[in-house]
Design a protein around this ligand. Structure first.
Ligand code: PGA
Length: 254
Protein backbone atom coordinates (compact mmCIF):
# COMPACT_ATOMS: atom_id res chain seq x y z
CA UNK A 1 0.00 0.00 0.00
CA UNK A 2 1.47 3.32 -0.94
CA UNK A 3 1.45 6.13 1.59
CA UNK A 4 -1.08 8.94 1.39
CA UNK A 5 0.64 12.24 2.06
CA UNK A 6 -0.47 15.84 2.35
CA UNK A 7 2.46 18.25 2.45
CA UNK A 8 2.20 21.97 3.16
CA UNK A 9 4.85 24.12 1.49
CA UNK A 10 4.87 27.48 3.25
CA UNK A 11 7.41 28.87 0.75
CA UNK A 12 8.87 32.27 1.78
CA UNK A 13 6.02 33.15 4.14
CA UNK A 14 5.55 33.53 7.91
CA UNK A 15 7.43 35.52 10.51
CA UNK A 16 8.58 33.65 13.61
CA UNK A 17 5.36 34.48 15.44
CA UNK A 18 3.12 33.53 12.52
CA UNK A 19 5.01 30.27 12.03
CA UNK A 20 4.56 29.29 15.66
CA UNK A 21 0.82 30.00 15.56
CA UNK A 22 0.25 28.24 12.22
CA UNK A 23 2.36 25.21 13.16
CA UNK A 24 0.68 24.71 16.52
CA UNK A 25 -2.80 25.23 15.08
CA UNK A 26 -2.25 22.67 12.34
CA UNK A 27 -0.86 20.05 14.73
CA UNK A 28 -3.67 20.57 17.25
CA UNK A 29 -6.37 20.43 14.60
CA UNK A 30 -4.89 17.31 13.01
CA UNK A 31 -4.74 15.68 16.46
CA UNK A 32 -8.36 16.59 17.23
CA UNK A 33 -10.01 16.08 13.86
CA UNK A 34 -8.08 13.70 11.66
CA UNK A 35 -8.48 10.02 12.07
CA UNK A 36 -6.82 8.46 9.06
CA UNK A 37 -3.55 6.94 7.97
CA UNK A 38 -2.66 9.97 5.80
CA UNK A 39 0.70 11.51 6.69
CA UNK A 40 0.98 15.25 7.08
CA UNK A 41 4.19 17.12 6.28
CA UNK A 42 4.79 20.77 7.15
CA UNK A 43 7.61 22.59 5.36
CA UNK A 44 8.22 26.02 6.90
CA UNK A 45 11.14 28.32 6.04
CA UNK A 46 14.47 26.93 7.30
CA UNK A 47 14.82 29.39 10.21
CA UNK A 48 11.53 28.25 11.72
CA UNK A 49 12.19 24.51 11.50
CA UNK A 50 13.19 24.05 15.16
CA UNK A 51 10.35 26.21 16.40
CA UNK A 52 7.69 24.47 14.30
CA UNK A 53 9.36 21.15 15.06
CA UNK A 54 8.56 21.57 18.77
CA UNK A 55 4.89 21.22 17.85
CA UNK A 56 5.23 18.77 14.98
CA UNK A 57 7.71 16.22 16.30
CA UNK A 58 5.62 14.85 19.18
CA UNK A 59 2.70 14.07 16.82
CA UNK A 60 3.03 10.58 15.31
CA UNK A 61 1.41 11.45 11.96
CA UNK A 62 2.82 14.93 11.34
CA UNK A 63 6.35 15.32 9.99
CA UNK A 64 8.76 18.18 9.56
CA UNK A 65 9.76 19.03 5.99
CA UNK A 66 12.30 21.36 4.39
CA UNK A 67 11.84 23.19 1.10
CA UNK A 68 15.29 22.54 -0.33
CA UNK A 69 18.79 21.41 0.61
CA UNK A 70 22.30 21.43 -0.79
CA UNK A 71 23.66 18.46 -2.72
CA UNK A 72 26.96 18.93 -0.88
CA UNK A 73 27.75 17.26 2.40
CA UNK A 74 29.31 20.17 4.30
CA UNK A 75 31.83 22.95 4.10
CA UNK A 76 32.36 26.21 2.25
CA UNK A 77 28.91 26.76 0.73
CA UNK A 78 27.80 30.04 2.27
CA UNK A 79 24.06 30.32 2.66
CA UNK A 80 23.36 26.68 1.90
CA UNK A 81 21.84 24.02 4.19
CA UNK A 82 22.97 20.40 4.20
CA UNK A 83 20.97 17.24 4.70
CA UNK A 84 22.85 16.61 7.95
CA UNK A 85 21.89 20.01 9.35
CA UNK A 86 18.25 19.41 8.46
CA UNK A 87 18.35 15.93 9.93
CA UNK A 88 19.72 17.34 13.20
CA UNK A 89 16.58 19.45 13.73
CA UNK A 90 14.18 16.60 12.99
CA UNK A 91 13.46 17.02 9.28
CA UNK A 92 12.15 13.81 7.67
CA UNK A 93 11.04 15.05 4.23
CA UNK A 94 12.79 17.43 1.81
CA UNK A 95 11.04 19.02 -1.17
CA UNK A 96 13.38 18.96 -4.18
CA UNK A 97 13.16 20.60 -7.57
CA UNK A 98 10.14 22.77 -6.97
CA UNK A 99 9.47 24.69 -10.19
CA UNK A 100 10.21 27.95 -8.37
CA UNK A 101 13.71 26.66 -7.58
CA UNK A 102 14.16 25.35 -11.11
CA UNK A 103 13.23 28.82 -12.37
CA UNK A 104 14.84 31.17 -9.83
CA UNK A 105 17.79 29.09 -8.64
CA UNK A 106 18.58 27.41 -11.95
CA UNK A 107 18.20 23.87 -10.63
CA UNK A 108 18.64 21.38 -13.44
CA UNK A 109 17.64 17.72 -13.65
CA UNK A 110 21.33 16.89 -13.18
CA UNK A 111 21.73 18.95 -10.00
CA UNK A 112 18.51 17.43 -8.72
CA UNK A 113 19.82 13.92 -9.32
CA UNK A 114 22.71 14.79 -6.96
CA UNK A 115 20.33 16.27 -4.40
CA UNK A 116 18.15 13.16 -4.51
CA UNK A 117 21.26 11.06 -3.78
CA UNK A 118 22.27 13.23 -0.80
CA UNK A 119 18.79 13.15 0.69
CA UNK A 120 18.47 9.38 0.33
CA UNK A 121 21.95 8.90 1.79
CA UNK A 122 20.80 10.97 4.79
CA UNK A 123 17.80 8.65 5.23
CA UNK A 124 15.35 11.44 4.57
CA UNK A 125 12.46 11.17 2.11
CA UNK A 126 12.78 13.36 -0.98
CA UNK A 127 9.58 14.86 -2.38
CA UNK A 128 10.70 15.22 -5.97
CA UNK A 129 8.74 17.86 -7.89
CA UNK A 130 8.12 17.75 -11.60
CA UNK A 131 5.74 19.48 -13.96
CA UNK A 132 5.37 21.27 -17.26
CA UNK A 133 4.83 24.90 -18.27
CA UNK A 134 1.73 26.11 -20.07
CA UNK A 135 3.74 26.30 -23.28
CA UNK A 136 4.64 22.62 -23.07
CA UNK A 137 1.05 21.65 -22.25
CA UNK A 138 -0.24 23.64 -25.19
CA UNK A 139 2.24 21.89 -27.46
CA UNK A 140 0.84 18.56 -26.22
CA UNK A 141 4.24 17.25 -25.13
CA UNK A 142 3.69 17.32 -21.36
CA UNK A 143 3.99 13.58 -20.76
CA UNK A 144 7.34 13.38 -22.57
CA UNK A 145 8.58 16.49 -20.78
CA UNK A 146 7.71 15.31 -17.26
CA UNK A 147 8.84 11.74 -17.96
CA UNK A 148 12.24 13.15 -18.96
CA UNK A 149 12.48 15.00 -15.63
CA UNK A 150 12.00 11.65 -13.88
CA UNK A 151 14.44 9.84 -16.17
CA UNK A 152 17.20 12.40 -15.69
CA UNK A 153 16.85 12.90 -11.94
CA UNK A 154 15.68 9.51 -10.66
CA UNK A 155 16.46 6.69 -13.07
CA UNK A 156 20.04 6.26 -11.85
CA UNK A 157 18.59 4.97 -8.54
CA UNK A 158 18.33 1.31 -7.65
CA UNK A 159 14.77 0.01 -7.28
CA UNK A 160 15.30 -0.11 -3.53
CA UNK A 161 16.22 3.58 -3.42
CA UNK A 162 13.53 4.64 -5.88
CA UNK A 163 10.96 3.24 -3.45
CA UNK A 164 12.14 5.85 -0.91
CA UNK A 165 11.14 8.73 -3.22
CA UNK A 166 7.83 10.58 -3.21
CA UNK A 167 6.94 12.31 -6.49
CA UNK A 168 4.91 15.51 -6.68
CA UNK A 169 3.42 16.39 -10.05
CA UNK A 170 2.89 20.14 -10.17
CA UNK A 171 1.91 21.68 -13.50
CA UNK A 172 3.52 25.13 -13.42
CA UNK A 173 0.45 26.74 -14.93
CA UNK A 174 -1.56 25.62 -11.89
CA UNK A 175 0.81 26.82 -9.15
CA UNK A 176 -0.45 29.86 -7.27
CA UNK A 177 -2.73 30.74 -10.16
CA UNK A 178 -6.00 29.46 -8.77
CA UNK A 179 -6.19 27.32 -11.92
CA UNK A 180 -6.17 23.67 -10.87
CA UNK A 181 -5.60 20.81 -13.26
CA UNK A 182 -8.86 18.93 -13.65
CA UNK A 183 -8.97 15.68 -11.75
CA UNK A 184 -8.85 13.90 -15.13
CA UNK A 185 -5.73 15.84 -16.23
CA UNK A 186 -4.07 14.97 -12.91
CA UNK A 187 -5.06 11.31 -13.14
CA UNK A 188 -3.87 11.04 -16.76
CA UNK A 189 -0.43 12.44 -15.89
CA UNK A 190 -0.08 10.39 -12.70
CA UNK A 191 -0.98 7.20 -14.56
CA UNK A 192 1.50 8.09 -17.33
CA UNK A 193 4.26 8.70 -14.78
CA UNK A 194 3.50 5.44 -13.01
CA UNK A 195 3.66 3.64 -16.36
CA UNK A 196 7.00 5.35 -17.03
CA UNK A 197 8.31 4.13 -13.66
CA UNK A 198 6.96 0.66 -14.40
CA UNK A 199 8.78 0.62 -17.74
CA UNK A 200 12.09 0.93 -15.95
CA UNK A 201 11.49 -0.66 -12.54
CA UNK A 202 8.50 -2.96 -13.08
CA UNK A 203 4.87 -2.57 -12.07
CA UNK A 204 5.31 -3.73 -8.48
CA UNK A 205 7.86 -1.02 -7.73
CA UNK A 206 5.82 1.64 -9.58
CA UNK A 207 2.76 0.71 -7.54
CA UNK A 208 4.62 1.52 -4.33
CA UNK A 209 5.54 5.10 -5.25
CA UNK A 210 3.32 7.84 -3.86
CA UNK A 211 2.58 10.49 -6.50
CA UNK A 212 1.17 13.73 -5.08
CA UNK A 213 -0.60 16.43 -7.04
CA UNK A 214 0.22 20.11 -6.49
CA UNK A 215 -1.12 23.34 -7.97
CA UNK A 216 -3.96 25.33 -6.40
CA UNK A 217 -5.20 22.48 -4.23
CA UNK A 218 -7.92 23.83 -1.94
CA UNK A 219 -10.69 22.41 0.25
CA UNK A 220 -13.18 22.77 -2.63
CA UNK A 221 -11.24 20.59 -5.11
CA UNK A 222 -9.19 18.30 -2.85
CA UNK A 223 -11.67 15.48 -2.49
CA UNK A 224 -12.16 15.06 -6.22
CA UNK A 225 -8.43 15.18 -6.94
CA UNK A 226 -7.59 12.73 -4.17
CA UNK A 227 -10.38 10.45 -5.35
CA UNK A 228 -8.39 9.62 -8.49
CA UNK A 229 -6.77 6.18 -8.36
CA UNK A 230 -3.22 7.40 -9.05
CA UNK A 231 -3.34 10.58 -6.94
CA UNK A 232 -1.88 9.71 -3.55
CA UNK A 233 -2.09 13.09 -1.88
CA UNK A 234 -1.16 16.71 -2.38
CA UNK A 235 1.58 19.29 -2.16
CA UNK A 236 -0.18 22.43 -1.02
CA UNK A 237 1.17 25.98 -1.21
CA UNK A 238 -1.21 28.90 -0.63
CA UNK A 239 -3.87 26.90 1.21
CA UNK A 240 -1.29 25.53 3.67
CA UNK A 241 -0.95 29.03 5.15
CA UNK A 242 -4.48 28.84 6.58
CA UNK A 243 -4.77 26.15 9.23
CA UNK A 244 -8.50 25.59 8.65
CA UNK A 245 -8.09 25.16 4.88
CA UNK A 246 -5.04 22.95 5.21
CA UNK A 247 -6.63 20.62 7.76
CA UNK A 248 -9.79 20.44 5.65
CA UNK A 249 -7.58 19.33 2.74
CA UNK A 250 -5.98 16.70 4.97
CA UNK A 251 -9.45 15.48 5.91
CA UNK A 252 -10.33 15.10 2.21
CA UNK A 253 -7.62 12.46 1.94
CA UNK A 254 -9.10 10.38 4.75
P1 PGA B 1 -0.20 26.44 -4.66
O1 PGA B 1 1.32 25.98 -4.64
O2 PGA B 1 -0.97 25.44 -3.84
O3 PGA B 1 -0.19 27.81 -4.01
O4 PGA B 1 -0.63 26.47 -6.07
C1 PGA B 1 1.64 24.63 -4.76
C2 PGA B 1 3.13 24.46 -4.72
O5 PGA B 1 3.83 25.32 -5.27
O6 PGA B 1 3.65 23.49 -4.15
Amino acid sequence: MRKKIIAGNWKMNTTREQAEILGSEVVNMVADEVNSDALVVIAPPFVHLSLVGKHVLPHPNVYLGAQNCSQHEKGAYTGEISVEILQSVGVEYIILGHSERREHAGETNEVLAAKVDSVIAGEITPIFCCGESLEVREAGTEIDFVSKQLTESLFHLSAEDLKKVVIAYEPIWAIGTGKTASSQQAQDMHAALRAHLAGKYGQDVANEISILYGGSVKPANAEELFGQPDVDGGLVGGASLKSRDFVDIVKSMA
